[in-house]
Design a protein around this ligand. Sequence first.
Ligand code: GLU
Length: 618
Amino acid sequence: MFKFLRFRNAAVFFTAAFLFSGCDETPPAQNAMVIGATDRASESQDKDIAPEPESQIVNLQLGGASQNKIAIGKKFMAVTANPHATRAAYAVLESGGSAIDAAIAAQMVLGLVEPQSSGIGGGAFMLYWDESSQKLTAYDGRETAPMAVDENLFITESGQPDSFFDAVIGGKSVGVPGVVKMLEDAHSQYGVAPWSSLFDDAIDLATDGFAVSERLNTLIKAVPKVASREQIANYLFDSRGEPLSVGATLKNPQYARTLKILAQNGSDTFYRGQLAQEMVAVSREDKNASQLSLTDFFIYEAVQRAPMCKSILSYRVCGMGPPSSGGSTTLAILGILENRVSDKNLLASDYQGMEKAPWSAHYFVEASRLAFADRNTYIADPDFIDVPIAQLLDDTYLKARSQKIVDDRPMDKVDAGEFTIPDVGQYLMQPSPELVSTTHLSIVDQYGNVVSMTSSIETAFGSRLMAGGFILNNQLTDFSFVPHNADKTLVANRVQGGKRPRSSMSPMIVFDRDNQPILVIGSPGGKKIIPYVARVLYEVLFFDISLVESIERPHILNTGRRLEIEKGAEQNIFSTLEALGHQPVFKSQTSGLHAISRNNDEWLGVADPRREGVALGK
Ligand code: GLU
């Protein structure tokens, strides 16, 4: 049971001061190809897009109440990234639909009103708790690479990796989208409302039009090369070539047509019919041509995988296993922290979050560096790569990892743990470029079923290609561009035909001692998804800080590259961590944490104040 809102005083501070240089776990160049360079180059394109103030334009009356960042409900709850989508989910839940039904209705709306983040042209991961069978299922609707590609997909003729946007824009980065198949599979198992009834809100909005929100307008202006293909330029820019202004009415009759087809025929037309043909044609005929074929669509399957769960304190924390690195990396961070904080009396009653307690921030970023080193080395599609997942989450291993953390300074350098992979030996540590878009929705229905779903077209506006009124993903750039080093040591997450790129998406559900779901959470944010989600779990589960307060508190993170402190945080946390030897930078963070927690018989829904999402429950 968590506290709703609580503000307390006092903090503990470190005093030690050691200087440390170099927080970057990315290995140095090891051959002519510049390992890790693409990652850094892409992040330098990652403009500092400030969080949004409360939307003035999308100001709907939801369920009789004004849209809200925080909602309480006894029966059901929906939290999504956009008021229209939350309203669609709410309507389904109110008329007796299941959490899966509501997720479908919300996703169809999000693909329209938040086209920069997710849609049916992309992929998703979803954890689903079925109350009646007490069963947790992990759905993998990740995109797949065309069968025809190989590890050199993103290597140029000169032998160098593509620059990030050369790879992103156009057909080459498009994987077979998985959202539709995943949702259809889940609906056939756990749907209550008829499939065809779940598209109406999205069809109406696409037909009648919706008001362009502040965030959509900001991203059209801020994201590079949005207008680089004709169709998307015609869609998101006006006749003078200006980005659609805030409040402009945007209609999408083509998307409405596509949704009507999906409502009537299910996924068949999407994977085996006219829509598949359209997506293949658009991707292949692009000047940055794809090798996608109709067969790639025909054989696509969403996969149901074993959820990745670990006991943390008195909780069971569950996430998504590979090909997402979200579950295992979040659990590794928490597992390492559990070992380190147990002797520190950290469950002290005056804890107010990492910003006020630099020692806990120090542990968090050091645990993150350790977990990311393993993630960057070992996590990839388990249908192609031997992932030593049990070893990575083993208690003894995490305890040993935790002992590497030094109390009064950052670790000099962080290596991945050493596991010998059959037939391969070692893998090469290699991050992959991931910029921030994506969306997370959390839903609980009146039957007690729970959805935690993160959905993405990868970078904002994906590949910039459109078919059927929706944007196609650029998810293949989540592969490592570089397949191996000069010694031919392989990268686990290299491109292979039919393979799913590694993800950071971290839909999570936390269970209490009685195996009842008590917290549902996830976020967008590229690889920062992991520390966004892990920080809140750390503060809420370890220190009993309220969910609302934790989501509002500044992010402090290190994904193995550098220590970032969210702009607006107190100077004291910056100075203390710097004095300790870290090299922090202030940076805007646009997490979109959408969470639900249970408190006795009530659900509390919380939408991240950094985005335009809202919670609504009854
Ligand atoms: N493509 C990323 C992933 O699958 C997500 C990108 C984002 O969150 O912006 O992990």
